[in-house]
Write a protein that binds this ligand. Structure first.
Ligand SMILES: C[S@@+](CC[C@H](N)C(=O)[O-])C[C@H]1O[C@@H](n2cnc3c(N)ncnc32)[C@H](O)[C@@H]1O
Length: 272
């Protein structure tokens, strides 16, 4: 967890520049980006820990505008995304193989719990009978947490990676939420939500602009996971819907959560 007095500003900035550069250099040369590779594991842990301390606007802007980090800002997020997909598969396999499957052991469980709690607050005045999660991955913790916390709500996970879907399905059975969580192996572009569904777009969702375009003609609300400040070295800032939806609420930047989330409802004028 970040505290505000970890290092003086200049020292923190120098440390962050060094950590970001080292992360890019390592991830762009390693073949195995999974947690089974201790070098990748240690470097990503240090990167996330360092960025959590760089959330003030001053240091974030210094890093985002640093010419020495231009290549890293452009290319590091894709490598981190690939590593995240590997990490989810690794953890899903591990949890499926355990006699007692305890998802709280996952390194980023507290982060997901916090993210999910903050997102639920965004739509607390609305009742959705169905929620979908586009780009759900092998370890769809958001979907599992929603299924637990919102009894009676049907959750659909959508992912075009067959291995990720297989692992997510087996894990959902193992932890006892398979009746409430449907895993569909398909491109999010083809997904058609139910009437009055909440659609959550994961931060690594590809082709999202086309997905937004498709959703414009559906009666649904949307949460878009975004990335702000120094976390843009981990995830690119999300393209946001330009038409058909209006942003109603947004979570605050908070060191306990890597992503910020934006809640959208259909634009009444566009729908008319
Ligand atoms: C690492 S995972 C899980 C999501 C992550 N925890 C998050 O919140 O962004 C991202 C997943 O999105 C899937 N994905 C990306 N674009 C997609 C698309 N257009 N349709 C379906 N799945 C997609 C990938 O296959 C990958 O498994």
């Amino acid at each position: 967890m970040a505290d505000d007095h970890w290092m003086p500003h200049a020292e923190l900035k120098a440390h962050a520049v060094e950590t970001i550069r080292r992360s890019y250099s390592l991830l762009s040369t390693e073949q195995d980006l999974s947690p089974a590779n201790p070098r990748v594991n240690a470097q990503l842990t240090e990167l996330v820990r360092t960025l959590a301390h760089c959330q003030s606007a001053g240091i974030s802007n210094d890093l985002l505008n640093a010419p020495a980090l231009a290549t890293e800002l452009e290319y590091l997020p894709a490598l981190c995304g690939a590593a995240e997909c590997e990490m989810e598969k690794y953890w899903a396999r591990h949890l499926i193989s355990c006699d007692v499957c305890d998802v709280t052991k996952f390194w980023y469980y507290p982060e997901y719990q916090e993210l999910c709690r903050a997102e639920k607050e965004l739509f607390e005045t609305r009742r959705f009978e169905t929620i979908s999660f586009l780009g759900s991955g092998a370890l769809p913790l958001t979907a599992f947490l929603l299924a637990r916390h919102l009894p009676g709500v049907k959750v659909t996970c959508v992912d075009f990676d067959a291995e990720a879907c297989d692992l997510a399905r087996r894990l959902s059975r193992k932890i006892g939420v398979a009746n409430d969580v449907d895993i569909r192996c398909m491109d999010a572009l083809q997904y058609v939500p139910c009437d009055n569904e909440l659609v959550i777009c994961a931060s690594l969702l590809q082709g999202r602009e086309e997905v937004y375009r498709q959703l414009r003609s559906r009666n649904c609300a949307m949460i878009v996971r975004d990335s702000e400040g120094a976390y843009q070295f981990l995830y690119k800032a999300a393209e946001l819907p330009e038409e058909g939806f209006r942003q109603v609420a947004k979570t605050a930047v908070d060191p306990r959560r890597i992503n910020t989330s934006r809640y959208y409802e259909r634009d009444a004028h566009a729908a008319a």
